[in-house]
Design a protein around this ligand. Structure first.
Ligand code: NAP
Ligand code: HSE
Length: 434
C-alpha cells in the first residue's frame, strides 16, 4: 500500500461537508485515481456540536488549528472557512508548518494572492485553488494547463451562481428577488455574507483570479468596476424579454492594445447567445485564445458537491505530484508583479438599454431625445406601452435601446436626464451585447 496523503479540513460547512463525504464515502475510487489513499485526519470547525456528514467520525473534529499544524501525519490543509482575515492567517500558518494548501477562497486569493503565493514559495509548498472560480467547472486547470499554448484575448463569464439563480428564477418563475435570494441561500449557493454575491464583488474576485491565470497580471480588486443585480427590477426583465434579450450578470475582460478592459455588470444578451442559455446556479466562461479560437466551459458553479468535486480534484493532483509542478511552473501572484494599465471604462463603446420613468405629457420624449442627441447617442428603438400597468400617477415607463455609444457619453446623458424635472430618477441602464 502506498503512503496515504494526510488531509485536514479547515471548515466543514457546505463545501467542507461535501469534501468530507467524498473522502469518506468514495475512498476506494479516490485512492485508485490518486495512486494512494486520501486520508482525512482532522477537521477544524467553530462548533464541534453541530451536525456533520454521517460518515465523519466525531473524534476528528476540533476547534484548534494548532492540532493540525503540529500533526506530522497531515500533509495538506484544505481551507474552506471563507472570509479573509482568519482564513489568511490559517493558510499562512499551514504553509509555515510545511503543509500544502487547497482553498476555494476567491476573496482571499483576489485580495492577498501575492502574500499567500510568496509564502508558499518561501516554504517550498504548493497552493491549489480549482474550486475558487466557477465551482465544479474546471476553468483553472483549463487556463493553467489545457490552453497554455494560447495568448488569451478575452474572457466573458457568468461567475456567480447565486446571481444567475436569482435572475433565472425572476425571469422564468416570476419569483421576487428576495424569495429567490432566500432559496439560493437555502441551497448553499450564497456566501456567508450574500451582499458579496449580489453586489458583484464575488464575481470581481473570480475575475481577478482569471486575469491572473489568463494574462499573468494582478488587478487590484478595487480597480474592477462592478455593478450587481440588486437594482434589477422585474420590469427590466420583462422589457428585455420583449426586446429579445435576457439579463445576465457578466464578468468580462479583454485586451485593448496594451491595456486591459474589465468589469462586472448586468448585461442584456440575445436570448439565443450561448451565455444567455446558462440557467440557475450554472456558471459558464467563454474564452477566446489566439490558437484555440472560442472555447466555452460550463457547469454547476456553486453548491456542495460540484465545489467538493473541484477541491478533491486538487487533492488528487497533490497526491500524484502534479499540483506541485503546476504551482512551480506557473509562477502566479508575486509581490513583484506589476498591476496592468487598465482601459478606462468611459472609453468602452457598446449599446445600451435605458429605462426612464417620465411624465406622460407633451414634449417629454422630445426633451429626452434632445439630451441623448447632445451626448452623441443615437436611438435604435423606443417602447412606451398604453397598458394601465405601465402607468402610475400620470407617469409611464419609457424604454430606449441605443446604437453603439461611448460609455462615458452615455453616463453623462443619464446624469443629465435624471436632472430633468419630468424624469423620476434614478433611470436604469445596462450595456447590451449582440
Ligand atoms: P460555510 O458553509 O459557511 O462553512 C464555513 C465553515 O468554516 C464552517 O464549518 C465553520 O464552522 C468553519 N469556520 C468558520 N470560521 C471558523 C473559525 N474561525 N475557526 C474554525 N472554523 C471556522 O461556507 P461554505 O459555503 O462551505 O464556503 C467555504 C468557502 O468555499 C468560502 O471561501 C466560499 O467562498 C467558498 N466557496 C463556496 C461555494 C459554495 O457553493 N458554497 C462554492 C465555491 C467556493 P462551523 O461549521 O462550526 O460553523
Ligand atoms: N457564492 C458563490 C456563488 C459560490 O454563488 O457563485 C461559488 O463560488
Amino acid at each position: 500500500m502506498n503512503t496515504p496523503l494526510g488531509i485536514a479540513l479547515i471548515g466543514c460547512g457546505t463545501v467542507g461537508g461535501g469534501v468530507a463525504r467524498l473522502l469518506l464515502e468514495q475512498s476506494e475510487r479516490l485512492a485508485a485515481r490518486a495512486g494512494r489513499p486520501l486520508a482525512l485526519r482532522r477537521v477544524v470547525v467553530r462548533d464541534t456540536e453541530k451536525p456533520r456528514p454521517a460518515a465523519l467520525p466525531r473524534a476528528l473534529l476540533t476547534t484548534d488549528l494548532q492540532q493540525v499544524l503540529n500533526d506530522p501525519s497531515v500533509q495538506v490543509g484544505v481551507e474552506l472557512v471563507g472570509g479573509v482575515d482568519w482564513a489568511k492567517q490559517a493558510v499562512l500558518s499551514l504553509l509555515e508548518a510545511g503543509k500544502d494548501v487547497v482553498t476555494a477562497n476567491k476573496a482571499l486569493l483576489a485580495q492577498h494572492g501575492a502574500e499567500v503565493f510568496d509564502a508558499a514559495r518561501r516554504h517550498g509548498r504548493a497552493v491549489a485553488f480549482e474550486a475558487s472560480v466557477a465551482g465544479g467547472v474546471p476553468i483553472v486547470a483549463a487556463l493553467a494547463q489545457c490552453l497554455a499554448a494560447n495568448e488569451i484575448q478575452s474572457l466573458q463569464g457568468i461567475l456567480n451562481g447565486t446571481c444567475n439563480f436569482i435572475l433565472t428564477s425572476m425571469t422564468e418563475k416570476g419569483q421576487t428577488y428576495a424569495d429567490a435570494l432566500a432559496e439560493a441561500q437555502r441551497r448553499g449557493y450564497a456566501e456567508a455574507d450574500p451582499t458579496l454575491d449580489v453586489n458583484g464583488t464575488d464575481a470581481a474576485h473570480k475575475l481577478a483570479i482569471l486575469v491572473q491565470l489568463a494574462f499573468g497580471l494582478a488587478v487590484p480588486v478595487d480597480a474592477i468596476e462592478r455593478r450587481g443585480i440588486a437594482d434589477i427590477d422585474a420590469l427590466d426583465i420583462r422589457f428585455a424579454g420583449e426586446l429579445g434579450y435576457t439579463i445576465k450578470l457578466l464578468a468580462e475582460t479583454w485586451r485593448m492594445g496594451d491595456k486591459l478592459a474589465l468589469h462586472v455588470s448586468p448585461v442584456l444578451l440575445r436570448k439565443q447567445a450561448p451565455l444567455a442559455m446558462v440557467r440557475g446556479a450554472y456558471n459558464a466562461i467563454h474564452v477566446v485564445g489566439d490558437a484555440v479560437g472560442d472555447a466555452l466551459f460550463a457547469g454547476r458553479g456553486a453548491g456542495q458537491m460540484p465545489t467538493a468535486s473541484a477541491v478533491v480534484a486538487d487533492l488528487i493532483d497533490l497526491a500524484v505530484g502534479r499540483a506541485q509542478k503546476t504551482f512551480e511552473t506557473l509562477k502566479l501572484w508575486s509581490a513583484r508583479t506589476q498591476a496592468p494599465p487598465l482601459f478606462p471604462s468611459a472609453s468602452v463603446r457598446t449599446r445600451f438599454y435605458l429605462r426612464l420613468f417620465v411624465e406622460d405629457r407633451p414634449g417629454v420624449l422630445a426633451d429626452v431625445t434632445r439630451v441623448l442627441a447632445n451626448h452623441h447617442i443615437s436611438i435604435a428603438s423606443v417602447i412606451q406601452h398604453e397598458a394601465p400597468e405601465d402607468h402610475e400617477g400620470g407617469r409611464v415607463h419609457l424604454v430606449i435601446m441605443s446604437h453603439t455609444a461611448l460609455t462615458g457619453d452615455f453616463r453623462a446623458a443619464v446624469a443629465e436626464l435624471d436632472r430633468l424635472q419630468r424624469v423620476v430618477p434614478p433611470s436604469v441602464y445596462f450595456p447590451v451585447e449582440d
